[in-house]
Design a protein. Structure first.
Lengths: 167, 608
């Protein structure tokens, strides 16, 4: 393939330089892509606007949000998606006593154990921190007493699944 | 699977043999073990010749601690690392040439078995395949009522022994026996009667006589009460499903075992108003829908009271549309209807069933329990000793219609007709003294015209009871021929050493086939505190279920009637003989119901 004439090559280079800002902005031959300190989401990860190696402001490489936080596209920042899961108390003494409690299952997440601690009944709610997505929640009750009369444990069937969507 | 087999499987899976040798068969001595193992300990068996120093080193190398050498010296009790599972600790010795075997330090518990001498005969609680004997029947020496599947099949029972490891005391839940009363002074019941305070010092109420003395003059209610809550582990008699209980006695059936709607619904209301949470009603009747009766059960439901009832003893399908049995066929959610199973968990031949109306099955044949006293009976042969009179000709004579000895009038019965304008009498003197109650059971076929009468009468002083005595009943304008009808009549008021009982056929200007009396038995009961009886019926399966219900509600104080019904129905044991014959196909299983955990409901998830 033939190369364009030299004059045309120079003209194209000038046009690119004008469009990208290089040679302007901060005076170091590049132009800022964002406002310093701003954040935006890349999937569930977050990008922060900071100076790159050339001194221009640019979006960082996507990074995981800290702890249980996840990036919310609407807000463009890491936020805590708390999901409160609650259920009606079981009436079994074994569920509401030592060795009893509930297990909360959320698709794709580790099972949350909600054991009996003290008082007349086991807790009937828990808080989960979830990334954006769709989930199904079920709850089982359990007790120490097993079907043979021992104490190896026994659990109920899973509750009807409840769908949730974390924005 | 039994507990024993589960624990053995666990034990074998956790045994680790060192070196090339397999797990020692000695592990099988663990048979009978149950429950878990000590969480932070294991047992290690070292090979012969391994020095104490080498043992210590082997244990220390794993971060364990030699806690003790057992008296069986090759074995050591070893403390494992904090947080380390027993399984991992046992596994860490795999392949160690110094170690013959490593295993969990299993925990053992004694199975709770009562010392009541009759327990060995209570197959419904513990079926070992034992033969049920007639040693405890009433009248003493009489034969068992039910002979099929005796002995039966081991483990076809309520599975209550394992439940007893966790609860035997049901006294937190008041259970009402709405029946013929309860012998509240019985040695196996007195300590387990409801405390009715000063208002009800005899532990209940009597709606037959309208007073606060619900003493059982039949035996049925006392038998029911014993199945629910005969005192356990008192080295006397029998044991109930509940070893300790609060049994409320509500008498709605008379000495003959009969009660009216009014008596029964008042009895239900008494139980509800005075705190019963389980009502046992081993009674029933065929007939039309009884609105008042139904309303009483609905009121019990509103008060969170579970009502356990019998399927009936006619050997029929309650759902056929031709033979509904109430209260079983009522549809309230707090009603649990029970069929009877025999000793091999076959449906008892007499038991009603119903894929819509009957919920579960329970042991109901050859059931040994408490009895109100010593029963006795006199059966007349109806072929000698009767004194007859007539105002015309003929009158009562001995006959054998159908080959059975009967008193008949006219003598040509059933082919002729009785005389018009006649007064025919026959009576006989019996010694029916010494009993607390005497019931005459009369079997007869009758065909009398309107205005003509067939009567019975008695007189404690003897003589013609129609000249001076008590009329026991009168029938007119009725034809049951050829079907024999049975009537049970309380004749206690006439009881003496020389009491006369008689029959009369009195006619006007009409005539009919007449009367045949083909059965006459006097049944007496001398109440005492020490009697027992072995009988059969859905009436016996019902208290087995009510006992389990009481056990469940005592163990789970927050349980509602609905929780209890669900735990009994859904956590029962599938029995082929009940499939298609009950709503669940299940037999009541105390341990499975006790371990049942309801599926959580009302789950919500809110995103913040």
């Amino acid at each position: 393939m033939r190369s364009p004439p030299l004059v045309l090559q120079f003209g194209l280079a000038l046009l690119v330089a004008l469009l990208t800002g290089c040679g302007g902005g901060n005076g170091k031959g590049c132009q800022n892509a964002c406002t310093g300190g701003a954040t935006q989401c890349s999937g569930l990860q977050v990008q922060t606007c900071a100076a790159d190696s050339s001194g221009c402001l640019a979006w960082s490489t996507p990074a995981a949000c800290p702890g249980t936080l996840s990036c919310n596209a609407t807000h463009g920042t890491c936020i805590d998606h708390q999901v409160t899961i609650a259920w009606t108390a079981n009436h079994e003494a074994g569920v509401n006593g030592a060795g009893g409690g509930y297990q909360v299952s959320i698709t794709g997440q580790p099972t949350i154990d909600v054991p009996y601690a003290s008082g007349p009944s086991a807790p009937t709610s828990t808080v989960a921190h979830l990334p954006t997505g769709s989930y199904s929640v079920t709850v089982k009750a359990y007790a120490a007493l097993d079907r043979q009369g021992g104490t190896t444990g026994n659990s109920s069937a899973a509750s009807q699944p409840v769908p949730i969507t974390v924005p | 699977m039994t507990t024993r087999s589960v624990v053995l499987a666990l034990a074998l899976s956790l045994l680790v043999g060192g070196g090339a040798r397999a797990a020692s068969p000695r592990a099988l001595s663990l048979a009978g073990a149950r429950g878990l193992y000590v969480p932070d300990e294991i047992l290690v068996q070292f090979r012969e010749g391994v020095s104490s120093r080498a043992r210590f080193a082997a244990v220390a190398a794993r971060g364990h601690e030699l806690a003790a050498t057992l008296s069986w010296p090759s074995w050591a009790r070893v403390k494992v690392q904090p947080g380390q599972s027993v399984e991992a600790a046992v596994g860490s010795y795999r392949g160690d040439p110094a170690v013959a075997l490593a295993q969990p330090n299993f925990l053992y518990r004694a199975t709770t078995v009562p010392d009541d001498p009759g327990y060995a005969q209570q197959w419904g609680l513990k079926n070992t395949g034992q033969t049920i004997t007639a040693d405890n029947t009433q009248p003493p020496g009489s034969a068992l009522e039910y002979t099929t599947d005796n002995p039966g099949t081991p483990a076809d029972d309520l599975n209550v022994e394992h439940a007893w490891d966790h609860i035997t005391d049901c006294s937190a839940t008041v259970v009402a026996v709405v029946d013929s009363g309860v012998n509240y002074g019985h040695q196996d019941l007195a300590a387990n009667m409801w405390n009715g305070g000063a208002s009800f010092p005899n532990h209940g109420y009597n709606y037959v006589d309208g007073n606060a003395d619900p003493m059982d003059l039949n035996g049925h209610g006392t038998h029911v009460a014993g199945t629910i809550g005969a005192v356990g582990n008192n080295a006397l008699g029998v044991v109930g499903v509940c070893w300790k209980a609060q049994i409320m006695a509500v008498r709605v059936l008379d000495a003959t075992g009969v009660g009216s709607s009014a008596q029964i619904l008042q009895g239900i209301d008494f139980a509800v108003q005075h705190g019963a949470k389980v009502i046992n009603m081993s009674l029933g009747g065929n007939g039309a829908f009884d609105q008042a009766y139904s309303d009483a059960i609905t009121a019990a439901q509103a008060a969170d009271v579970l009502v356990v009832v019998a399927a009936g003893n006619d050997g029929v399908d309650n759902d056929s549309g031709t033979a509904p049995t109430y209260p079983c066929n009522f549809t309230q959610q707090n009603l649990l209807c029970v069929a009877a199973l025999d000793q091999s968990y076959q449906l008892a031949s007499f038991s009603n069933w119903g894929a819509i109306s009957v919920d579960v099955g329970a042991p109901g044949t050859n059931v040994l329990s408490t009895w109100a006293g010593t029963s006795g009976q006199i059966t007349d042969p109806l072929n000698t000793g009767w004194t007859g009179s007539t105002t015309t000709a003929g009158g009562w004579t001995y006959g054998t219609p159908g080959g059975t000895a009967c008193l008949v009038d006219p003598s040509s019965y059933p082919d002729g007709q009785y005389a018009q304008n006649t007064d025919d009498r026959a009576y006989k003197v019996f010694d029916v003294s010494g009993a607390s109650v005497v019931v005459a059971e009369i079997a007869f076929a009758v065909d009398v015209a309107n205005g003509d009468y067939f009567r019975g009468a008695c007189n404690g002083a003897g003589g013609d009871p129609f000249a001076a005595g008590t009329t026991l009943g009168a029938i007119t304008n009725m034809a049951t021929y050829p079907r024999l009808q049975t009537a049970n009549i309380d004749v206690t008021s006439c009881a003496s050493a020389a009491a006369s009982f008689g029959f009369q056929l009195q006619s006007g200007a009409s005539s009919a086939r007449g009367v045949a009396v083909c059965g006459l038995t006097f049944k007496g009961l001398v109440t005492n505190a020490t009697s027992y009886n072995t009988i059969a019926g859905t009436s016996m399966a019902t208290p087995a279920t009510a006992g389990v219900a009481t056990l469940l509600r005592a163990y789970n104080p927050s349980y509602t009637y609905s929780d209890t019904v669900t735990a009994i129905m859904l956590a029962g044991r599938p029995v082929p003989a009940l499939s298609g014959k009950t709503t669940t196909g299940n037999a009541v299983d105390a341990m499975l119901s006790l371990a049942y955990i309801h599926t959580p409901t009302g789950v919500t998830a809110n995103v913040q």
